[in-house]
Design a protein around this ligand. Structure first.
Ligand code: NDP
Length: 335
């Protein structure tokens, strides 16, 4: 490997508000050699996920911040190109956490071998990975949907939302998506099979959402917060459940945003429960069994938005926070 270089994208500075390309730096460093007990991964796919915005802040959260001067953190699918680890061989393709770079060293901890005969390996970062599992446990464990209930989810064409609505349909619910723009809404109804989808940028958003939910809302899978949340809130039924999964509309906010009406929480006996996908780690075998089968049999569809080249990661990540992605956002680094 000597002489060949590893391109990396480092976190250069922490953003105030929305991130910009200046917060990142593309550098080159020699490809490292694995020590005893380690493997060298050639990254095939890098996942871009909204949580990375939180990692760019210094503030303590449920996970450690990304460090200035270090490669940005991120889930990856990679091929082992050099192994000094007894459990991994050259040619194995693994899910891991290699970060925003072309090559990564791993001690094997947290690596999971992938079988390309089950599904394309990129799906391990989307529908059959962390976002798919988030939808599965968030809806079924926290949302507890019952047949004929109305389930509403925003960012409905995205990695998590697309799976939430399709599982809701599989469980006999009325599934309503919220998405940005008519192309996304058409896809959510036509391809994913939701009963309805409303464009949150429409001037009549509130009226259109009310019309799409004639029996009110029983489960609101909270992905975005902000103005969408304010519109959904009055439509909640008594005893509605709100799995609080993400608040992407608020990730770049520099001052607190208006919160939910707590009087409704009391009056309607609402159940709000925040969760992090890792809270439900023991459910992973159930998730992989059910969702792999639904994907294999075509009952659950997925869409990927793939850009080529590590250097595209910052702009694609910034775009995703503005809704420019259409499906699970991935960077193809090598295939
Ligand atoms: P997506 O693939 O859905 O991409 C993000 C989407 O968010 C955009 O395409 C856009 O869709 C939507 N969006 C961005 N800004 C706004 C806004 N101001 N108002 C409304 N919608 C907006 O991302 P994911 O599926 O990966 O993530 C969805 C949510 O789930 C995020 O909040 C994320 O943080 C959360 N999450 C939480 C996890 C947990 O463990 N709790 C784990 C994984 C994800 P559109 O154009 O349709 O508006």
């Amino acid at each position: 490997m000597t002489g060949r270089m590893n391109r990396q994208i480092l976190l250069k500075t922490r953003p105030e508000g929305a991130p910009s390309p200046d917060n990142f730096e593309l550098t080159e460093t020699p490809i490292p050699e694995p020590s005893e007990g380690e493997v060298l991964l050639r990254i095939l796919y890098l996942s871009l996920d909204p949580y990375m915005r939180g990692r760019m802040n210094a503030a303590k959260s449920y996970a450690k911040p990304a460090e200035i001067g270090q490669p940005m953190v991120g889930g990856t699918v990679g091929e082992i190109v050099n192994s000094r680890h007894p459990n991994f061989s050259v040619g194995d393709v693994v899910l891991g956490y290699g970060g925003w770079q072309e090559y990564a060293i791993s001690n094997g901890k947290g690596l999971r071998k992938l079988d390309a005969t089950i599904a394309p390996v990129s799906t391990a970062l989307g529908v059959l990975g962390m976002p798919g599992m988030t939808a599965y446990v968030g809806l079924l464990e926290v949302g507890q949907p019952k047949p004929d209930e109305t389930v509403v989810v925003a960012a409905a064409s995205g990695a998590v939302g697309s799976v939430v609505g399709q599982i809701a349909k599989l469980k006999g619910c009325h599934a309503v998506g919220i998405a940005g723009g008519s192309d996304k809404c058409r896809f959510v109804i036509g391809e994913l099979g939701f009963d309805a989808c409303v464009d949150h940028r429409s001037p009549d958003f509130a009226k259109e959402l009310e019309a799409a939910c004639p029996k009110g809302i029983d489960v609101y899978f909270e992905n975005v917060g902000g103005a969408v949340q304010q519109t959904v809130w009055p439509l909640l039924n008594d005893f509605a459940r709100i799995p609080v999964c993400g608040l992407i509309a608020q990730y770049n906010a520099t001052s607190p945003m208006p919160g939910p009406d707590m009087f409704s929480v009391l009056r309607k006996r609402l159940l709000l429960r925040g969760f992090i996908v890792s809270d439900f780690a023991p459910k992973q075998p159930d998730f992989l069994r059910d969702v792999s089968e639904w994907v294999r049999t075509g009952r659950l569809k997925y869409r990927e938005d793939i850009v080529d080249g590590l250097e595209k990661a910052p702009a694609s990540f910034i775009g995703m926070l503005q809704g420019k992605n259409f499906g699970k956002m991935l960077v193809r680094i090598a295939v």
